[in-house]
Design a protein around this ligand. Structure first.
Ligand code: PEP
Length: 252
């Protein structure tokens, strides 16, 4: 039985006081049977880790570099995340794959980051997903398969226990458009099949796959009741304690 996991991706939102306030309000969520991980901006990571310490709620970084140290202005290493109280790192988010004046992150760089992060003892949520143009061209499975094979290349069977996949159709992120439960389940079942072919059926059945894309309290229960949907990665709705708590409750 896979344990549900709900992530709250705060993106570039919050200030120190609101971050601490939200994290404190979410402390009760750590004592249930669903794993909860908060992804605050880097500068508030330590404050949020302090606010949830001892509650069972986990904290993660929204990205990390593939090197431990060095001349990489503006970057953060996996070692620094761990040092600041993170257990998790979010990698390959579509906003990072797409933005930054054309130098969007490639799956091969994401693979280097993932390999390094797992090596220092972080758990990772790896995001994959197709754009609307790719879906309409019938390329969804090709895109997902390619992102998974490249991003997960060389990860040993033993380390797969520390990897969660987030299926996030790019057209559903922050748009209010959600994949139908059937559409999401189809993609999750496909992803589980790819994992099975990359390793084996045991690992495919053990790996948790979250859905992300405009998840809210009102649509969470139907999405989370699908066979291959093991949780959610939540953006906008994770900024409200009541809304996020209702999503976590729907996962239990
Ligand atoms: C996300 O950023 O991972 C996300 C799913 O955002 P939203 O829930 O706002 O669509």
């Amino acid at each position: 039985m896979r344990k549900s996991i709900i992530g709250g991706n705060w993106k570039m939102n919050m200030r120190a006081s609101s971050a601490k306030e939200l994290a404190s309000a979410l402390r009760p969520l750590g004592s249930g049977d669903c794993e909860v991980v908060l992804f605050p901006p880097f500068v508030y990571l330590k404050d949020v880790a302090d606010a949830v310490r001892g509650s069972g709620v986990h904290v993660g970084g929204q990205n990390c570099h593939s090197e431990p140290d060095g001349a990489f202005t503006g970057e953060i290493s996996a070692e620094m995340l761990k040092d600041s109280g993170a257990d998790y790192v979010l990698l390959g988010h579509s906003e990072r794959r797409a933005y930054h004046d054309g130098w969007g992150e490639s799956s091969s760089w994401i693979n280097a980051k993932l390999t390094h992060a797992l090596g220092v003892g972080l758990k990772a949520i790896l995001c994959v997903g197709e754009t609307i143009a790719e879906r309409e061209a019938g390329r969804t499975n090709d895109v997902l398969g390619g992102q998974l094979r490249q991003s997960l290349a060389g990860i040993s069977a033993e380390r797969t226990i520390d990897v969660v996949i987030a299926y996030e159709p790019v057209w559903a992120i922050g748009t209010g458009k959600t994949a139908t439960p059937q559409m999401a389940e189809g993609a999750h079942a496909f992803i589980r099949g790819v994992i099975g072919r990359m390793w084996d059926e045991g690992i495919a059945q053990q790996m948790r796959i979250q859905y992300g894309g405009s998840v809210k309290a009102s649509n969470a229960r139907e999405l989370l009741s699908q066979t291959d949907i093991d949780g959610a990665l939540v953006g906008g709705a994770s900024l409200s304690a009541d809304e996020f708590a209702a999503i976590v409750k729907a996962a239990k």
